[in-house]
Design a protein around this ligand. Structure first.
Ligand SMILES: [Zn+2]
Length: 447
């Protein structure tokens, strides 16, 4: 989440976030966009139903239980679920009675910052945002592995945990140039058969307060490396609401990309930023291409204010994302969806300078969502899973992998009794299937 401004009080990344919300009386959300994923599954020609055509690639996953229901066969033709019969001699995989569930989508993650797969890093105390950013840069420079290698390690691990798509943020600042987005682009190319990735050029160090950043954002968009331009707390961190948003939206408009803005600002500052985002989305006809991430100002709003804001967000089809950081900061997913707002769930930073935590496992994140929202009922647990699977798909503009005919054959097979129990127990993903192809087995990515 990479908070921007330091609230008063003692300080870890998590308490900074909580402190910000307490001070402001609000919470943050996340960003979204309907930009098509850059890397489509290798074989995704629609073949929703009927007989497989000549030369079609057919795989039958036998003895699986969709959402924990009775055992059946899932027939996959050219990367999609079909209700047609499997041709004689089609390739067959024994599901062993495992539960089949939709693969997951991580709507907000920072693979460029991660130390995943490397030595343990001991973090030093940090009191202010400047401290965090300084340690960010130090850690980046201390890495012996390239961004591309580290990101590939984390992203392929995410695939092994059942992730089919992710919105990946990469820091863009003079301290790094475009190394972050280029590293993510390299990892995306290597994983094109297994994972749909959108890349956000994220100005972690500010757009206005750090000269040279806007030029780099523009260059990233011009090169076609990024799908979206990011932003961060236009008021609380960059202290220039209009200039910040005009710069970010201007670049997006000129290059036909989306926008995904980190917004931790609470209270009135957060709401004013949202209003500024809504206004520019409408003025530039970027409807459906804008996301706001975290949105810590939103959960504390009154029912009436939340309804009014959600209505205006939905009118511009502006999506939100949350990483479910705490009870007070998690977005009210169900209420927002009732208003027609797309909401995705994400990991945020994973084992980076900001936090030793995180694992890029979206089933675990669904579990965390259930934990922080204190759910008990089966349907509530299932909703947490749906937020982790379909919520992010909505944010990224991907079709739901809902196991219905015509859906992309992106699913996981796990041992268990049913979906609610799976959210609680988080079993190993024995099979991860992407576009009908097994891309991970027994928890290991198949490169
Ligand atoms: Zn973030």
């Amino acid at each position: 989440m990479q908070k921007s401004s330091a609230p008063t009080g003692p300080l870890s990344r998590r308490t900074m976030l909580a402190g910000a919300a307490a001070l402001a009386g609000t919470t943050a959300a996340a960003a979204v966009t309907a930009v098509p994923a850059s890397a489509a599954p290798a074989a995704s020609v629609p073949a929703a139903s009927g007989k497989p055509g000549r030369g079609a690639r057919t795989v039958v996953f036998r003895n699986v239980r969709p959402f924990g229901a009775a055992a059946t066969d899932l027939v996959v033709v050219d990367g999609r679920i079909t209700d047609g019969p499997a041709p004689r001699g089609a390739k067959s995989v024994d599901g062993g009675g495992r539960i089949a569930l939709p693969s997951l989508v991580d709507a907000h993650i920072h693979p460029d910052k991660t130390t995943w797969g490397g030595d343990w890093v001991s973090r030093r105390p940090a009191e202010t945002i400047a401290d965090f950013v300084e340690q960010d840069v130090e850690l980046f420079r201390a890495q012996t592995r390239s961004v591309g290698e580290r990101a590939y390690g984390l992203m392929s691990h995410a695939v092994s945990r059942g992730t089919r798509g992710m919105r990946a943020h990469a820091d863009v600042a003079p301290a790094y140039g475009l190394a972050g987005v280029e590293g993510l682009a390299e990892a995306r190319r290597r994983l094109a058969h297994a994972l749909d990735v959108q890349i956000v050029a994220f100005p972690q160090h500010g757009v206005i307060r750090t000269p040279g950043t806007a030029r780099l954002l523009e260059e990233g968009a011009r090169r076609g490396v990024v799908d979206m331009i990011g932003g961060i707390d236009p008021i609380g961190f960059d202290h220039a609401l209009d200039e910040h948003l005009d710069t970010v939206f201007g670049i997006a408009d000129r290059h036909g990309v989306g926008v995904d803005i980190h917004l931790h600002d609470g209270g009135d500052e957060g709401v004013r930023a949202i209003r500024g985002i809504i206004d520019r989305t409408k003025a530039l006809s970027l409807t459906g291409k804008v996301t706001i991430s975290h949105v810590f100002c939103l959960p504390a709003l009154s029912e009436r204010d939340l309804g009014a804001l959600a209505t205006d967000l939905a009118a511009q089809d502006i999506a939100l994302t949350t990483v479910a950081p705490s009870r007070d900061l998690v977005l009210p997913v169900a209420r927002l969806r009732e208003h027609g707002v797309r909401v995705g769930l994400g990991s945020d930073g994973v084992r980076d300078s900001w936090s030793p935590f995180g694992n890029a496992d979206m089933l675990h994140r669904a579990h965390i969502l259930g934990w922080v929202t204190d759910v008990r009922l089966d349907e509530e647990l299932a909703d947490c899973y749906r937020a982790a699977a379909h919520g992010g798909a909505d944010v990224m503009g991907l079709p739901h992998a809902d196991l219905k005919p015509g859906a992309p054959a992106d699913f996981v097979l796990v041992k268990g009794q049913g979906l609610p129990q799976v959210v609680v127990d988080m079993p190993q993903r024995d099979f991860v299937v992407h576009g009908g192809v097994i891309v991970a087995r027994d928890g290991e990515f198949l490169s």
